[in-house]
Design a protein around this ligand. Structure first.
Ligand code: PHE
Length: 358
């Protein structure tokens, strides 16, 4: 191996030694720098003859180019190494198990409400929604429960610091019953032509349009223990027509309860009671034939034939329109369906309790 070949080999080895770009640039200076080996060889040519300079110069140039090529190659190698190091450091391990996402689910009371809506929809009932901050007239007066009437004290009502047009404070509705008159007004307005045609009919051939609705939602009373919460749910039901009787209430509500609990042997009892807006009125109790609650009467709803004054407040003729209303407790139904004994558990927001229903 001649002198230049061995110089190229030495340079290559030095470049290979360099582990970083900075080290490589240092190594480069030893061969190609101002006082590097190649430069020294060039300087050494000064004393040579023209002929000798030519061949010696050409040989040195070949060596210089080979060193430059080796340098470029090593530079690229180091850059590649650095890139792959960086990629490895920044890489994501896609085989790692993901963070666990707890699947969401419906609240047990929401499940009950959906079930109630489904069952009553299948019986031809509309589903309506109404305000939770309600006027005194809708919550009480329209329901045959005038100011100062003692029956008002049956409900320990929350009042809102804002008066309605009548100068009486708004209330957080203590029941869903205000939806009876509120919905009737909306419905009569929507089907004004049909209602007017029926009202104008003297031949008795035009059938009066019916009102058939349930109105589930939140209700509020100053009340709190294992079976009462200041916020609770009710579901109002109303069916008015020319010939809707207490018998229809019994059939509809019995059907509903048996479907809801999936128990054909469920027995219902209509126990006489009082509400200002129904006459006669009844509490509805249910009894299971078997299971942990077998034989006990459990109250699930208030009900009755809609009072003529309420029908009048709807803008309808009580001589023509009769029917029934009920107001049941979906929270209670949920407790009975799932065997929960403390109502407050539903509203504590404890996932250990709630996730059992998913
Ligand atoms: N609103 C009554 C209550 O909250 C229940 C009810 C509704 C009774 C409709 C009769 C008719 O106790």
């Amino acid at each position: 191996m001649n002198e230049l070949d061995s110089l190229v080999a030495t340079a290559r080895a030095a470049f290979a030694e360099a582990k970083t770009p900075a080290e490589l640039e240092n190594a480069k200076a030893q061969f190609l720098g101002k006082s590097g080996r190649i430069t020294e060889l060039m300087k050494g040519m000064a004393a040579l003859s023209v002929e000798e300079k030519k061949s010696r110069g050409a040989a040195i140039n070949v060596g210089k180019q080979a060193i430059e090529a080796a340098l470029t190659e090593r530079r690229q190698q180091l850059a590649d190494e650095e890139l792959s190091l960086q990629l490895r450091a920044e890489s994501l391990d896609v085989s790692l198990p993901g963070r666990r996402r707890i699947p969401g689910g419906l609240h047990p009371v929401s499940r009950t409400l959906e079930r109630i809506e489904e069952i009553f929809s299948s019986m031809g009932f509309d589903v309506a929604d109404g305000p939770e901050i309600e006027s005194d007239w809708h919550s009480f007066t329209s329901l045959n429960n005038p100011p100062n009437h003692p029956a008002r004290s049956m409900q320990d009502t929350f009042y809102v610091d804002m008066n309605g047009d009548d100068g009486i404070p708004y209330n957080l509705r203590p029941h869903t019953s205000p939806m009876q008159v509120r919905y009737a007004h909306q419905h009569i307005k929507k089907y004004a032509a049909e209602f007017a045609a029926a009202a104008a009919d003297t031949t008795g051939t035009v059938k009066a349009p019916e009102i058939r609705v349930i109105a589930p939602g939140r209700t509020y009373r100053v009340d709190s223990d294992a079976t009462h919460s200041p916020m609770f749910h009710q579901c109002e039901g109303l069916w008015l027509g020319e010939n809707v009787s207490f018998k229809d209430l019994k059939v509809v509500f019995t059907d509903f309860c048996r479907t809801f609990f999936e128990r054909d042997d469920l027995v219902l009892r209509f126990r006489p009671s009082f509400f200002p807006f129904t006459e006669p009125s009844a509490e509805i109790d249910i009894q299971f034939a078997s299971g942990p609650l077998a034989g006990r009467w459990l109250e699930v709803s208030g009900s009755g034939q809609v009072h003529p004054n309420v029908v009048r407040n709807m803008g309808l003729d009580p001589e023509r329109y009769i029917g029934f209303a009920f107001g049941m407790g979906p929270d209670r139904l949920t407790m009975l369906r799932y065997g929960v004994n403390d109502l407050r558990l539903f509203f504590d927001g404890d996932l250990r309790f709630l996730s059992q229903f998913q």
